[in-house]
Design a protein around this ligand. Structure first.
Ligand code: CAA
Length: 244
């Protein structure tokens, strides 16, 4: 069934693929972006590929901005039944060198955003008796990563949020899940130094980076009616890099 889906940070590597796959499945797709200006080219590129998306500026670290964005989406597009909390950043450095600014930026963007964005949409989902909240975490929230105390903490925290909220809304037809991608071929991963990246890839049993489309296919499945019995899960998609 076609629904309205909102993807935060939908203009990044994984985000773009999620927007496209959700649209391919028939959903109306809304995305948010934080850096004004970027959306013009992105929307034009997507149009060229046959996709028409709605885009709203929203700083996911700003609670009030998220409320305002959600009200505008409701009025201008309609009720959101599928929410993909995808926006995220890295500020990689060893803990000893990490500044308070690096810590705060990652915690507020990757973890506080779950409160800020989910809050204005979840009541509508429970009222209507259907909803999908999909939180994009990371392999590094599951196993930890050298140079990512901030990111690993935020990503692990996301799944705590998932498990608690999943219990609260399960009876109302709303599922809440975490998806934890491993190393996917995106700008974020390409920003890791070549030799470190190569060492990481050599530790991935399938011996390659994942593709954004592979993650997006999983999200699209979770967004559908067929995934109604999956809730509170943390689904790994990492090429076998971390098995548990
Ligand atoms: N385990 C143990 N020791 C390690 C190590 C590791 N994984 N990596 C580096 N070291 C050692 C080095 O050998 C070096 O030792 P010496 O001082 O004895 O030479 C020391 O630690 C390096 O310390 P530095 O403070 O000099 O570190 P650096 O500034 O060179 O690099 C870093 C630090 C930038 C965090 C770098 O380690 C790095 O890029 N790590 C990868 C981080 C990563 O995987 N990020 C993922 C980004 S993508 C993403 O996050 C998406 C997703 O969800 C998967």
């Amino acid at each position: 069934m076609a629904r309205i889906a909102l993807v935060t940070g939908g203009m990044g590597g994984i985000g773009t693929a999620i927007c496209q796959k959700l649209a391919d499945a028939g959903h109306t797709v809304v995305t948010t972006y934080s850096r004004p200006g970027k959306e013009v080219q992105w929307l034009a590129d997507q149009k060229e590929k046959g996709y028409t998306f709605h885009a709203y500026e929203c700083d996911v670290t700003d609670f009030d901005a998220c409320q305002t964005m959600a009200a505008r989406v409701l009025a201008e597009v309609g009720p959101v039944d599928v929410l993909v909390n995808n926006a995220g950043i890295t500020r990689d450095t060893t803990f000893r060198k990490m500044s308070k600014i690096d810590w705060d930026a990652v915690i507020s963007t990757n973890l506080d955003s779950l409160f800020n964005i989910t809050k204005p949409f979840v009541d509508g989902m429970t009222d209507r008796g259907f909803g999908r909240v999909i939180n994009i975490s990371s392999i590094n929230g599951q196993k930890g990563q050298f140079g990512q105390t901030n990111y690993s903490a935020a990503k692990a925290g996301m799944h705590g949020f998932t498990k608690a909220l999943a219990q609260e809304v399960a009876r109302k037809g709303v599922t809440v899940n975490t998806v934890s991608p491993g190393y996917i071929a995106t700008e974020m991963v390409m920003a890791v130094k070549e030799e470190i990246r190569q060492a990481i890839i050599s530790g991935i049993p399938v011996n390659r980076l994942g593709m954004p489309e592979e993650v997006a296919d999983l999200i699209t499945f979770l967004a559908g009616n067929q995934a109604g019995f999956i809730t509170g899960s943390n689904i790994a998609i990492n090429g076998g890099q971390h098995m548990f």
